[in-house]
Design a protein around this ligand. Structure first.
Ligand SMILES: [Zn+2]
Length: 473
């Protein structure tokens, strides 16, 4: 069997050769930077694309984007880019990479496994299989999730890791994120089935933070807390003393906090507000049961909200009240949550669901415009994670996270209204090119550094062994 690394390298070089006129001569530094399997951050210019900056500059038809060493150098028409290799942008929409804001990536091994009976629902499935995970399963699940993210045009993920059964589980999860080259916040959480009277492994959290340089992939990965809070999950409620200790430790370390608010009644967010658990450093997930007073508390605190329509709809949490949060000027991000429920990680479908649900709730065709939804998936999602100074729009000085969508595909032709095309018609398969921090991770529809066939094969084998260990069929 061939070494997949050499496969990937050959394919990447093939892609580089396809970059165009400048060829490899101007590509010094592009292929494979540090022997870690990731492409290097070189210099290139995308020419003659429909560029959606998602910034004050607006949309620029027939424009260029010049990238050097991971940074956007310039955006505009007829850019002078020296001898930089050219990526032909004609027929493509270029926009910021999609920003995902809450995803249990270890769950990718459990795709579509939430069953049709109560005992096979999402929570018992994640609990029973999660308890049987070995560290390599965390690697396999997260790597599969990261590969799907890159395939789908997602350049940033918030990996909400709530199955850390020991330090090696976090380590394997982080390894998968590093190898994929994706931008991420990794939020450290409890193990599935962890007793509710115990704090998480706070010493390991502090150790990871001290050591973070070794984990961060040159600043691509940040650390957060996947906080259990007062929500009740499959394993029952968490004692207030335990969740307070987790929270206070994260605050003291300066680590951002994220918490689910999916109890089937309003009151969770009121409790968070009452006990001083809201703030600019806090993200609240779902919040589908929310009172006007709770919306005001979120807005007043500066907390953000993450909405994942395909888990909220599938599990019956109810409709995301997107318009209510936006009206209160609460930062809103969109999320995958778990492919055990959502099936896939299609951010285009997520955008479409968010728009359609809001318009239907309001019985108003014009309630949530496509461009506003596209903002939630790019610049507003970045803002909700506190990353909008670095990513989320195409602006000189920002990190080069961007995607190219091929508008000549049959489900996207004809070129009409670009924001509507992306929200209503586009699919992951239309994503031609994905660039994260200046590294080309997908080109001409194929991942450049991850071998998807190998990843799917190894993940399938891991799942088969996991089901056997857990006795779960
Ligand atoms: Zn979740």
């Amino acid at each position: 069997m061939e070494n997949p690394a050499s496969n990937a390298r050959r394919e990447f070089l093939g892609n580089l050769a396809a970059l165009g006129a400048a060829g490899l001569a101007g590509c010094s530094g592009l292929p494979f930077g540090r022997g870690d399997g990731l492409p290097g951050r070189g210099e290139f210019v995308i020419r003659d694309a429909y560029v959606m900056t998602m910034d004050a500059a607006g949309d620029l038809p027939g424009a260029d984007v010049h990238v050097r060493n991971g940074v956007i150098v310039a955006v505009g028409r007829d850019l002078q880019a020296g001898g930089a290799p050219v990526i032909v942008g004609r027929g493509m929409i270029v926009l910021p990479g999609l920003v995902e804001t809450h995803w249990h990536m270890w769950n990718a091994l459990l795709r579509s496994m939430s069953g049709d009976k109560r005992e096979h629902g999402y929570f018992p499935t994640a609990l029973n299989l999660g308890k049987a995970y070995v560290p390599d399963d965390m690697y396999q699940g997260t790597r599969l999730g990261a590969a799907e993210a890159i395939h789908s045009g997602i350049t940033t993920v918030h990996d909400w890791c709530h199955n850390i059964r020991g330090p090696e589980y976090a380590a394997e999860n982080l390894r998968a994120l590093r190898e994929a080259g994706i931008r991420a916040r990794f939020s450290y959480g409890a193990a599935q089935g962890q007793p509710g009277d115990q704090p998480i492994d706070l010493a390991d959290l502090a150790r990871l933070q001290r050591d973070w340089k070794a984990q961060s992939n040159d600043g691509l990965i940040a650390l957060g807390l996947a906080w259990r809070g007062p929500s009740t999950g499959a394993t029952g409620s968490v004692a207030a003393a335990a969740y307070r200790k987790d929270f206070d430790t994260a605050r003291a370390l300066g680590i951002p906090v994220s918490v689910h608010a999916n109890n089937r009644a309003t009151g969770t967010i009121a409790l968070l507000a009452r006990d001083g658990f809201l703030g600019k450093d806090v993200q609240v997930i779902h919040a589908t049961w929310v009172s006007p007073e709770e919306i005001a508390a979120l807005a007043g605190s500066g907390a953000s909200v993450s909405l994942s329509p395909y888990s909220e709809l599938r599990i019956g949490f109810g409709f995301p009240p997107t318009g209510d949060f936006l009206a209160a000027r609460i930062p809103v991000g969109l999320s995958v949550d778990t492919t055990a429920l959502s099936g896939n990680a299609d951010m285009f479908a997520i955008m479409k669901a968010i728009q359609n649900i809001e318009n239907s709730r309001a019985r108003d065709e014009f309630k949530l415009p496509a461009r506003r939804v596209l903002e939630l998936a790019t610049i507003e999602g970045a803002r909700s994670l506190g990353m909008d100074d670095r990513i989320g729009s195409l602006k000189p000085g920002k990190r080069a996270d961007l995607i190219m969508v091929n508008t000549r595909e049959v489900n996207l032709a004809v070129f009409s209204e670009p924001a509507h095309m992306l929200v209503e018609a586009a699919q992951p398969a239309n994503v031609d090119t994905v660039i994260v921090d200046g590294r080309i991770l997908k080109r001409r529809g194929k991942l450049t550094s991850l071998d998807t066939e190998q990843i799917a094969g190894e993940a399938s084998a891991a799942l088969a062994a996991l089901r056997k260990r857990a006795g779960w069929w």
